[in-house]
Write a protein that binds this ligand. Structure first.
Ligand SMILES: Nc1ncnc2c1ncn2[C@@H]1O[C@H](COP(=O)(O)OP(=O)(O)O)[C@@H](O)[C@H]1O
Ligand SMILES: [Mg+2]
Length: 245
Protein backbone atom coordinates (compact mmCIF):
# COMPACT_ATOMS: atom_id res chain seq x y z
CA UNK A 1 0.00 0.00 0.00
CA UNK A 2 1.44 3.36 -1.06
CA UNK A 3 1.53 6.73 0.68
CA UNK A 4 -0.36 9.85 -0.40
CA UNK A 5 1.32 13.21 0.10
CA UNK A 6 -0.28 16.61 -0.42
CA UNK A 7 2.16 19.33 -1.45
CA UNK A 8 0.78 22.64 -0.29
CA UNK A 9 1.76 26.16 0.81
CA UNK A 10 -1.12 28.60 1.28
CA UNK A 11 0.42 30.87 -1.36
CA UNK A 12 1.00 30.62 -5.10
CA UNK A 13 4.45 30.58 -6.62
CA UNK A 14 6.37 29.07 -3.70
CA UNK A 15 7.35 26.02 -5.77
CA UNK A 16 4.69 23.36 -5.03
CA UNK A 17 4.50 22.06 -8.59
CA UNK A 18 8.28 22.25 -8.97
CA UNK A 19 8.66 20.31 -5.72
CA UNK A 20 6.06 17.73 -6.77
CA UNK A 21 7.77 17.07 -10.11
CA UNK A 22 11.24 17.21 -8.51
CA UNK A 23 10.67 14.76 -5.69
CA UNK A 24 8.28 12.48 -7.60
CA UNK A 25 10.78 12.10 -10.46
CA UNK A 26 13.58 11.21 -8.02
CA UNK A 27 11.46 8.52 -6.34
CA UNK A 28 10.51 7.14 -9.76
CA UNK A 29 14.14 7.20 -10.90
CA UNK A 30 14.92 5.15 -7.77
CA UNK A 31 12.47 2.49 -8.95
CA UNK A 32 9.28 3.47 -7.11
CA UNK A 33 5.95 3.67 -8.92
CA UNK A 34 4.85 7.28 -8.51
CA UNK A 35 1.64 9.07 -9.49
CA UNK A 36 1.34 12.87 -9.56
CA UNK A 37 -2.23 14.15 -9.39
CA UNK A 38 -2.60 17.77 -10.45
CA UNK A 39 -5.19 19.26 -8.08
CA UNK A 40 -4.92 22.80 -9.46
CA UNK A 41 -8.37 22.76 -11.08
CA UNK A 42 -8.53 25.22 -13.98
CA UNK A 43 -4.85 26.20 -13.69
CA UNK A 44 -3.18 22.86 -14.23
CA UNK A 45 0.48 22.86 -15.16
CA UNK A 46 2.04 19.47 -14.32
CA UNK A 47 1.22 18.25 -17.85
CA UNK A 48 3.37 21.08 -19.24
CA UNK A 49 6.13 20.56 -16.69
CA UNK A 50 6.29 16.88 -17.67
CA UNK A 51 5.75 17.49 -21.40
CA UNK A 52 2.64 15.30 -21.37
CA UNK A 53 0.00 17.78 -22.62
CA UNK A 54 -0.47 15.96 -25.92
CA UNK A 55 -0.76 12.50 -24.37
CA UNK A 56 -2.50 13.07 -21.05
CA UNK A 57 -6.05 13.38 -22.33
CA UNK A 58 -8.09 12.16 -19.36
CA UNK A 59 -8.31 14.06 -16.08
CA UNK A 60 -9.21 13.53 -12.42
CA UNK A 61 -12.92 14.07 -13.03
CA UNK A 62 -13.00 11.40 -15.79
CA UNK A 63 -11.98 8.86 -13.14
CA UNK A 64 -14.14 10.33 -10.35
CA UNK A 65 -17.23 10.24 -12.55
CA UNK A 66 -16.60 6.77 -13.98
CA UNK A 67 -15.87 7.74 -17.59
CA UNK A 68 -12.45 6.07 -17.46
CA UNK A 69 -10.58 3.70 -15.18
CA UNK A 70 -7.59 4.99 -13.20
CA UNK A 71 -5.26 2.63 -15.09
CA UNK A 72 -6.35 4.09 -18.44
CA UNK A 73 -6.47 7.71 -17.29
CA UNK A 74 -2.86 7.96 -16.07
CA UNK A 75 -0.07 8.73 -18.55
CA UNK A 76 3.49 7.52 -18.15
CA UNK A 77 6.48 9.82 -18.58
CA UNK A 78 8.55 9.19 -21.68
CA UNK A 79 11.93 9.37 -19.91
CA UNK A 80 11.21 8.21 -16.36
CA UNK A 81 9.14 5.10 -16.84
CA UNK A 82 7.60 4.63 -13.40
CA UNK A 83 6.46 8.26 -13.18
CA UNK A 84 2.78 8.84 -14.05
CA UNK A 85 0.46 11.83 -14.27
CA UNK A 86 -3.25 12.34 -13.73
CA UNK A 87 -4.02 15.93 -14.86
CA UNK A 88 -6.51 18.36 -13.37
CA UNK A 89 -9.60 19.28 -15.41
CA UNK A 90 -9.32 22.48 -17.43
CA UNK A 91 -12.57 24.10 -16.33
CA UNK A 92 -14.16 22.23 -13.44
CA UNK A 93 -14.22 24.11 -10.07
CA UNK A 94 -13.08 22.16 -6.99
CA UNK A 95 -16.39 22.90 -5.17
CA UNK A 96 -18.19 20.61 -7.61
CA UNK A 97 -16.00 17.63 -6.74
CA UNK A 98 -17.07 15.27 -4.00
CA UNK A 99 -14.48 14.63 -1.26
CA UNK A 100 -15.70 11.06 -0.66
CA UNK A 101 -15.04 10.19 -4.31
CA UNK A 102 -11.65 11.87 -4.14
CA UNK A 103 -10.74 9.74 -1.11
CA UNK A 104 -11.83 6.60 -2.96
CA UNK A 105 -9.73 7.54 -6.00
CA UNK A 106 -6.61 8.09 -3.89
CA UNK A 107 -7.23 4.86 -1.95
CA UNK A 108 -7.33 3.00 -5.27
CA UNK A 109 -4.20 4.81 -6.50
CA UNK A 110 -2.36 3.75 -3.32
CA UNK A 111 -3.00 0.11 -4.25
CA UNK A 112 -1.23 0.67 -7.59
CA UNK A 113 1.51 3.18 -6.73
CA UNK A 114 4.15 3.48 -4.01
CA UNK A 115 3.67 7.25 -3.80
CA UNK A 116 0.75 9.46 -4.79
CA UNK A 117 1.51 13.19 -4.85
CA UNK A 118 -1.35 15.69 -4.75
CA UNK A 119 -0.17 19.04 -6.09
CA UNK A 120 -2.30 21.66 -4.34
CA UNK A 121 -3.57 24.94 -5.82
CA UNK A 122 -2.74 28.30 -4.21
CA UNK A 123 -4.92 29.42 -1.30
CA UNK A 124 -6.70 27.60 1.49
CA UNK A 125 -10.19 27.31 -0.01
CA UNK A 126 -12.08 24.46 -1.61
CA UNK A 127 -9.16 23.37 -3.82
CA UNK A 128 -6.92 23.09 -0.77
CA UNK A 129 -9.54 21.07 1.13
CA UNK A 130 -10.12 18.71 -1.79
CA UNK A 131 -6.39 18.11 -2.30
CA UNK A 132 -5.82 17.61 1.41
CA UNK A 133 -8.76 15.36 2.24
CA UNK A 134 -7.23 12.18 0.81
CA UNK A 135 -3.60 12.69 1.86
CA UNK A 136 -1.84 10.61 4.51
CA UNK A 137 0.68 13.37 5.12
CA UNK A 138 1.46 16.92 4.02
CA UNK A 139 4.55 18.77 2.88
CA UNK A 140 4.37 22.51 3.10
CA UNK A 141 6.58 24.31 0.58
CA UNK A 142 7.49 27.86 1.56
CA UNK A 143 10.17 30.39 0.82
CA UNK A 144 11.83 32.47 3.52
CA UNK A 145 9.97 35.70 2.75
CA UNK A 146 7.40 36.92 5.32
CA UNK A 147 4.45 36.83 2.90
CA UNK A 148 5.05 33.17 2.15
CA UNK A 149 5.47 32.38 5.85
CA UNK A 150 2.23 34.11 6.83
CA UNK A 151 0.26 32.23 4.16
CA UNK A 152 1.94 29.01 5.29
CA UNK A 153 0.83 29.66 8.90
CA UNK A 154 -2.83 29.73 7.80
CA UNK A 155 -2.39 26.48 5.88
CA UNK A 156 -0.65 24.86 8.87
CA UNK A 157 -3.53 25.83 11.18
CA UNK A 158 -6.00 24.04 8.91
CA UNK A 159 -3.73 21.04 8.37
CA UNK A 160 -3.16 20.57 12.11
CA UNK A 161 -6.90 20.06 12.60
CA UNK A 162 -6.71 17.03 10.31
CA UNK A 163 -4.07 15.38 12.51
CA UNK A 164 -1.90 14.48 9.49
CA UNK A 165 1.88 14.60 9.86
CA UNK A 166 3.22 17.82 8.31
CA UNK A 167 6.76 18.56 7.17
CA UNK A 168 8.31 21.77 5.91
CA UNK A 169 10.39 22.24 2.75
CA UNK A 170 12.06 25.63 2.34
CA UNK A 171 12.52 26.50 -1.33
CA UNK A 172 14.54 28.99 -3.40
CA UNK A 173 17.23 29.53 -0.81
CA UNK A 174 20.23 31.65 -1.69
CA UNK A 175 23.11 32.37 0.61
CA UNK A 176 23.10 36.09 -0.26
CA UNK A 177 19.37 36.47 0.47
CA UNK A 178 19.75 34.80 3.84
CA UNK A 179 22.64 37.12 4.65
CA UNK A 180 20.93 40.35 3.57
CA UNK A 181 17.60 39.66 5.26
CA UNK A 182 19.18 37.89 8.25
CA UNK A 183 16.56 35.21 7.94
CA UNK A 184 17.55 31.67 8.59
CA UNK A 185 15.93 28.37 7.89
CA UNK A 186 15.53 27.97 11.65
CA UNK A 187 13.36 31.12 11.64
CA UNK A 188 11.03 29.53 9.10
CA UNK A 189 10.89 26.33 11.17
CA UNK A 190 10.24 28.30 14.37
CA UNK A 191 7.55 30.45 12.74
CA UNK A 192 5.67 27.38 11.61
CA UNK A 193 6.76 24.93 14.32
CA UNK A 194 7.26 22.19 11.78
CA UNK A 195 10.01 19.61 11.27
CA UNK A 196 12.11 20.18 8.15
CA UNK A 197 12.17 17.60 5.35
CA UNK A 198 14.64 19.57 3.26
CA UNK A 199 15.84 22.81 1.76
CA UNK A 200 16.04 23.54 -1.96
CA UNK A 201 18.40 26.14 -3.37
CA UNK A 202 17.33 28.69 -5.94
CA UNK A 203 18.62 27.13 -9.12
CA UNK A 204 18.28 28.49 -12.70
CA UNK A 205 18.24 24.89 -13.97
CA UNK A 206 14.74 24.51 -12.43
CA UNK A 207 13.16 27.09 -14.73
CA UNK A 208 15.17 25.86 -17.68
CA UNK A 209 14.06 22.26 -17.12
CA UNK A 210 10.42 23.32 -16.62
CA UNK A 211 10.44 25.28 -19.88
CA UNK A 212 11.60 22.13 -21.71
CA UNK A 213 9.01 19.99 -19.95
CA UNK A 214 11.66 17.93 -18.17
CA UNK A 215 12.16 17.11 -14.50
CA UNK A 216 15.32 18.90 -13.33
CA UNK A 217 17.06 15.57 -12.53
CA UNK A 218 17.22 14.83 -16.26
CA UNK A 219 19.59 17.75 -16.80
CA UNK A 220 21.45 18.18 -13.50
CA UNK A 221 22.68 16.24 -10.49
CA UNK A 222 23.56 19.27 -8.36
CA UNK A 223 21.68 22.20 -6.78
CA UNK A 224 17.91 21.67 -6.74
CA UNK A 225 18.24 18.22 -8.33
CA UNK A 226 20.48 17.09 -5.46
CA UNK A 227 18.05 18.64 -2.94
CA UNK A 228 15.12 16.71 -4.45
CA UNK A 229 17.11 13.47 -4.27
CA UNK A 230 17.85 14.15 -0.58
CA UNK A 231 14.17 14.70 0.15
CA UNK A 232 13.14 11.59 -1.82
CA UNK A 233 15.61 9.54 0.21
CA UNK A 234 14.25 10.97 3.47
CA UNK A 235 10.73 9.98 2.37
CA UNK A 236 12.13 6.46 2.00
CA UNK A 237 13.27 6.65 5.63
CA UNK A 238 16.99 7.16 4.93
CA UNK A 239 19.10 9.48 7.04
CA UNK A 240 20.60 12.13 4.76
CA UNK A 241 22.70 14.99 6.20
CA UNK A 242 21.42 18.57 5.63
CA UNK A 243 22.44 20.22 2.38
CA UNK A 244 24.90 23.08 2.47
CA UNK A 245 23.87 26.17 0.46
N1 LIG B 1 14.29 26.13 -6.46
C1 LIG B 1 13.95 26.93 -7.47
N2 LIG B 1 14.89 27.61 -8.17
C2 LIG B 1 14.54 28.43 -9.20
N3 LIG B 1 13.28 28.64 -9.61
C3 LIG B 1 12.28 27.99 -8.95
C4 LIG B 1 12.56 27.11 -7.85
N4 LIG B 1 11.37 26.62 -7.40
C5 LIG B 1 10.41 27.16 -8.17
N5 LIG B 1 10.94 27.99 -9.10
C6 LIG B 1 10.21 28.78 -10.11
O1 LIG B 1 9.19 29.54 -9.44
C7 LIG B 1 8.02 29.62 -10.25
C8 LIG B 1 6.82 29.10 -9.44
O2 LIG B 1 7.03 27.71 -9.18
P1 LIG B 1 5.79 26.68 -9.13
O3 LIG B 1 6.37 25.36 -8.82
O4 LIG B 1 4.95 26.83 -10.35
O5 LIG B 1 5.02 27.27 -7.87
P2 LIG B 1 3.55 26.89 -7.30
O6 LIG B 1 3.21 25.54 -7.82
O7 LIG B 1 3.72 26.91 -5.81
O8 LIG B 1 2.64 27.98 -7.77
C9 LIG B 1 8.31 28.81 -11.51
O9 LIG B 1 8.70 29.68 -12.53
C10 LIG B 1 9.47 27.89 -11.10
O10 LIG B 1 10.30 27.54 -12.21
MG1 LIG C 1 1.50 24.89 -8.93
Amino acid sequence: MGTSIVVTSGKGGTGKSTFTVGVASCLAAMGKRVLCIDMDMGLRNLDLMLDLSDRALMDVTDVLEGRCSLERAVTGHHMIHSLFLLPAPVTRPAEEIDQERMRALVALAKEQFDFVFLDCPAGIGSGFRLATCAADRAILVCTTDPVSLRAAESAVQLLRRTGKPIHLAVNRITRSFLKITRTTIDDAMDALALPLIGIIPDDPKVTLAASKGQPVITCSDRGAARAFYNIANRLLGRQIPPMKI
